[in-house]
Design a protein around this ligand. Structure first.
Ligand SMILES: [Cu+2]
Length: 414
């Protein structure tokens, strides 16, 4: 009996050790940050990010990098997301590991919220300055008031160096150069400490004497007046007058030191310029679109009509930041994030050049682990089983045309 007990004890101990050690070595890396858990149809039917370019993927503290690209605001915007009338071009990082030195839409600096129009395509650029060393997954993103965060593709960027070296210099309109990283910090500490100690001094003045029971007895027996002496009253007046005087002195001296100040600049920016997208000479009709559940792919039957004067081929299908490419037509050179790039993910039943004037119906399969990893397959849980995406066609000279597709996406079950 005893030996069995011992054995069980030993085995449990070993199991415990194994569990502990495996737990110690199990460090999951979060490769996406929020977007996977958002409804698939929302990600496919809100903002399409494309032509993204990260100028670097390794940068030293204080050095800058840019993320630029375009985004298309899908005309079939879901009704549960407010229209992007008040939107803010943000960057998705875990705190200010970079600072945003600038961000532009259509060449205009956009430190405030902007108005975007459904159906328009915009060009953007974000200038980031590295601050905290580490490996960071940097996303472009759009915050839509009444809608939430619309997260663009994220790419890993490494910051090297030491955060202690970070500086954020700025020359004000009064001609002074300051470092925003610690500007006015001493002042904030000083005034908070000063007022806090005045509060504390007032408390200490009173709590030096017995506080509760003797005072309670004095009050209940009708001798409340004896608790506050003439000196106490003088001290109280001293504190009151001192507070007012300090306040007036502080305000006066601050006004003297900073004679020119302006209110916080705020307000929506309208009239953001979209890109004039060239008229497309390719017409695409989605005859039907399905996806297998479970599965890692979606299929579309497309009727493609080439109304231009050069033969075209389909090179890319892009939905929810996942790029499915036909390797025979297009190769990515932008260093697009691996987990979102299906280099050979697009299969077209007949992807021979479509001659000018020709119309052809083809079977297109967009297939990659990303479909599952980024939970586009979770469309099965969504209340609106429709997709939207971008198709990119290329003519013989490599000129590109973008066509937006949008249709119901019907599941098929095994
Ligand atoms: Cu991320």
């Amino acid at each position: 009996m005893k030996t069995i007990k011992d054995k069980v004890a030993k085995l449990s101990f070993v199991a415990l050790l194994m569990a502990l050690t495996s737990a110690m070595f199990y460090t999951p890396t979060a490769s996406a940050h929020g977007e996977k858990s958002q409804a698939a149809f929302m990600r496919m039917r809100t903002i399409h990010w494309f032509d993204l370019d990260w100028s670097k993927d390794e940068v030293a503290v204080n050095d800058t990098m840019t993320i630029s690209g375009k985004f298309h605001v899908f005309a079939g915007w879901p009704e549960t997301v407010d229209k992007p009338e008040v939107s803010f071009l943000n960057i998705g990082i875990p705190g200010p590991v970079f600072i945003r030195a600038g961000s532009w839409i259509g060449g205009q600096l956009v430190p405030r919220s902007v108005s975007l129009e459904l159906g328009d395509t915009y060009e953007f650029k974000v200038l980031l300055k590295a601050r905290r060393p580490g490996d960071w997954h940097v996303h472009t993103m759009m915050n839509v008031e009444g809608g939430g965060p619309i997260i663009g593709p994220g790419k890993w960027v490494t910051i090297t160096g030491s955060m202690g070296e970070f500086v954020n210099p700025l020359t004000t309109l009064t001609g002074q150069t300051i470092d925003l990283e610690d500007y006015a910090l001493d002042n904030v500490y000083f005034w908070h400490a000063l007022w806090y100690s005045i509060g504390l001094a007032w408390l200490i003045f009173w709590i030096k004497r017995p506080m509760f029971i003797p005072r309670h007895i004095a009050v209940t027996s009708g001798k409340a007046d004896t608790l506050i002496s003439a000196t106490d009253k003088k001290v109280a007046i001293g504190f009151a007058v001192g507070t007012l005087a300090l306040l007036m002195y502080g305000m006066g001296s601050t006004n003297e030191k900073y004679p020119i100040t302006t209110p916080l600049q705020a307000g929506l920016m309208r009239g953001i310029k979209p890109i004039e997208m060239p008229e497309t000479s390719v017409a695409v009709k989605v005859e039907d679109a399905t996806y297998r559940v479970p599965g890692r792919a979606m299929q579309m039957t497309l009727t493609i009509t080439n109304n231009g004067d050069s033969a075209i081929r389909l090179g890319e299908f892009n939905t929810a930041s996942v790029r499915f490419l036909d390797a025979d037509v297009l190769e990515d050179e932008s260093g697009y994030p691996d987990d979102l790039l299906a280099e050979e993910g697009l299969t077209v039943s007949d992807n021979s050049p479509i001659a000018p004037g020709e119309s052809r119906t083809v079977e297109v399969t967009a297939s990659d682990a990303a479909w599952e990893v980024y939970r586009l397959a979770d469309l099965i849980y969504d209340p609106d089983s429709r997709f939207a995406g971008l198709l990119f066609f290329f003519d013989e000279d490599g000129n590109r045309q973008m066509v937006m597709v949008d249709a119901p996406l019907i599941p098929s079950f095994i």
